[in-house]
Design a protein around this ligand. Structure first.
Ligand code: EPU
Length: 336
């Protein structure tokens, strides 16, 4: 276990804000984690939270407590037959390195999630999704430590209650379970999801490989999303709102070209990026924060933004969208 004090968060969060935490603790095994949870430093730290790759977190100021980070890193085969393989992956494995591992071993299913920043543990909490696939479709079991008891607990897929960017873990207040590893079941025979608009044309290629899909996705991502190593952001800052059909019909009467997707229970999902752009906010700036012009769903730190700049921009976007369409936007990012 490693324990640091007064630790800078600028380089361990992709928004790259100049904030610090009182304690930062890293552990590399379950025993190490249990030791940390039993330590005087942890018991006396006041408040704590777990972080992954810091790619979905916005700290609005210094964090006066302990941040925990997993360095549990392994990928093992749990079981396999002719059609499927189940892999257990440590929570601290970088998500995209797991995707690359799957592609190298010809395990199908994760390639549409190429290029998503963050780590395996967070993938199971956040139900990350992109280009027609959500990780909850691949997860079979999530192994955790119950912080209150120190006991190991395993959740099967149904107990994770996966929904759009949502899971049982996200709704624990305060968070109780620390994900230590995740089991994913992948297909050993070609099985592509090419429903997302620009991917449809790949279906015409009879020798399509996972690497082709990965490259197409990385090209789309690079054209729309800032590179987190260069420009601070948390990817999508807002969730796409889900509205009832009457509200959608009213909206469509005014804006006939509004993109939309069916959601559960007859509701309709509309892209927050479109709502924001169509409200005239593309490129809007407050201090060092801006609405990213290539993808208005993103709030970017383009010039040493302060936490206050980001918060003010978030408020400006939600207020403008609420006023124009009567729709409440909710952050996808975790604002601390
Ligand atoms: N659009 C605009 N203006 C914009 C952005 C989007 O008009 O500034 C329109 C697009 O033209 C398109 C529609 O909105 O018709 C949807 O845009 P896009 O396909 O880019 O997807 P999204 O809904 O904006 C979601 C995820 C992304 C994921 C993509 C692709 C959420 C909150 N975001 O974005 O996830 O990569 O779909 O599947 O669900 C992330 O979570 O960090 C993330 C990037």
């Amino acid at each position: 276990m490693k324990l640091y004090t007064d630790y800078p968060l600028k380089d361990i969060t992709t928004m790259h804000l100049d904030v610090r935490c009182k304690y930062f603790a890293e552990y590399s095994s379950i025993n190490d984690l249990l030791e940390l949870l039993n330590s005087a430093a942890y018991k006396q730290c006041g408040k704590s939270m777990h972080i992954g790759g810091g790619s979905n977190l916005v700290f609005t100021g210094d964090y006066d407590g302990m941040l925990l980070h997993s360095q549990i890193r392994f990928i093992t085969v749990v079981s396999e037959d002719n059609n499927h393989v189940t892999l257990e992956v440590g929570a601290g494995v970088v998500w995209d390195s797991f995707v690359k591992h799957c592609i190298a071993n010809k395990y199908y299913g994760a390639e549409n999630l190429s290029g998503i920043p963050g780590e395996v543990g967070a993938s199971a909490v956040q139900n990350i999704g992109s280009y027609g696939v959500e990780v909850g479709e691949l997860i079979t079991r999530v192994h955790c430590i119950d912080k209150d008891s120190g006991n190991a607990v395993t959740f099967d897929n149904a107990s994770c209650k996966y929904a759009y960017r949502d899971s049982v873990f996200k709704n624990e207040i305060p968070p109780r379970h620390i994900v230590t590893s995740v089991e994913y079941t992948l297909s050993k025979s070609p099985k592509f999801t090419l429903t997302y608009g620009p991917l449809k044309e790949l279906a015409d290629n009879p020798s399509l490989s996972m690497q082709d899909v990965r490259e197409a996705i990385l090209t789309i991502r690079n054209s729309k999303l800032p590179n987190p190593d260069e420009t601070g952001s948390v990817g999508s800052f807002f969730k796409n709102p889900i509205i009832d059909s009457a509200k959608f019909e009213a909206l469509k009467a005014t804006y006939p070209t509004i993109p939309h997707y069916p959601a559960a229970n007859g509701k309709v999902k509309v892209p927050a990026g479109w709502l924001i752009e169509n409200a005239g906010l593309k490129g809007a700036r407050i201090g060092g924060a801006c609405v990213y012009p290539k993808q208005c769903l993103v709030i970017a730190n383009i010039d040493n933004a302060s936490p206050a700049d980001i918060v003010a921009m978030c408020r400006h976007v939600t207020d403008t969208v609420a006023e124009k369409y009567g729709i409440a936007l909710h952050p996808e990012a975790n604002i601390i």
